[in-house]
Design a protein around this ligand. Sequence first.
Ligand code: SAM
Ligand code: SF4
Ligand code: SF4
Length: 356
Amino acid sequence: MRRLPSTGLEAVEPSLVDRRDRPMRDLRISITDRCNFRCVYCMPKTVFGRDYAFLDRDELLSFEEITRIARIAAAHGVEKLRLTGGEPLLRRGLEGLIEQLAGLRTPDGRPLEIALTTNGSALAMKAAALKAAGLTRVTVSLDSLDDELFQAMNDVRFPVARVLEGIDAAQAAGLGPVKVNMVVKRGLNDHEILPMARHFRGTPFTLRFIEYMDVGTTNGWRLDDVVPSAEIVERIGAEFPLEPLGQTAPGETATRWRYRDGGGEIGFISSVTNAFCGDCNRARISTEGRLFTCLFSASGHDLRALLRGGVDDEGLADAMAAIWRGRDDRYSEVRATLTPELRAARPKVEMSYIGG
Ligand code: SAM
Ligand code: SF4
Ligand code: SF4
């Protein structure tokens, strides 16, 4: 136990692990539950329509509250923060939050990596300011290059060209290497796999294919909708031979492949066909301050109540450690053993509320 200059805490537990021996390294923070898109698989208009009750402003964690939680998380071993949502670029004054987070340090004095996942719609406008505030990297979601299909998928008629501009702006601002995430849903956009691969091959951008997941309860997920990563490797490999690359860091979600001819790298996030719960080191904070220990949890632990109840740093650190120590989640590993009925009956938090 030692006092950390960045936290002022006497008692930290640098070797904090959960019941499956997994450390806490990655903290994903949802900073808004709102979004300007209505992606059909994430925030379908039938559910997230005009009358949908989003959180009120005073229900959201303030920037100070977020920074305080992140500071304690860093004392517990977190090295990487990821801001998400909803659409994180919609949160007013976001640069101010990033500045505060950029001041945090790991127990051995290193700055934390601060990443952000965005739909890219406001990135062309904001990339330079985000970089100046201290953001390290961005990941941009893009599910198709076909404008008609993309506009139908985001369901607000947002054009592909403006997302591509955002990706370029982020790279130019020094927020690279920009990762581009494509969620693949069979029969919806799987015919865009090859056009996307061709487009991003040989660029500084890393395209990553995400298996469509049964997050939340509003997207009507069926196993048949999932295009297994192995099938995507085969489809791309038939045109451009591929070879696998090793893992770069423990707990890394993506498996990496590269084009044999030097055309760069692609990634696969295969949470359905190849669960990576075994070394999952991610904690998540919802927009109103609940700590979730799994993307597929039904509920989170209310840290906001502690913060607003006047808890001191030690008390908060103890509470977070106790939650993490009790963690036993491994939903993606058990998913295959559940019948569709059991899966549907299981309450789960929405992706737009907890972030990716
Ligand atoms: N709005 C931002 C964006 O779209 O990048 C950040 C939040 S969004 C919830 C984070 C990521 O989750 C996006 O890449 C999105 O495509 C992905 N996502 C949403 N629903 C999903 C699902 N059912 N399966 C797999 N990925 C999903
Ligand atoms: Fe919004 Fe991102 Fe969900 Fe699309 S995936 S609706 S952009 S939160
Ligand atoms: Fe981690 Fe839960 Fe996903 Fe498994 S299912 S990898 S425990 S978030």
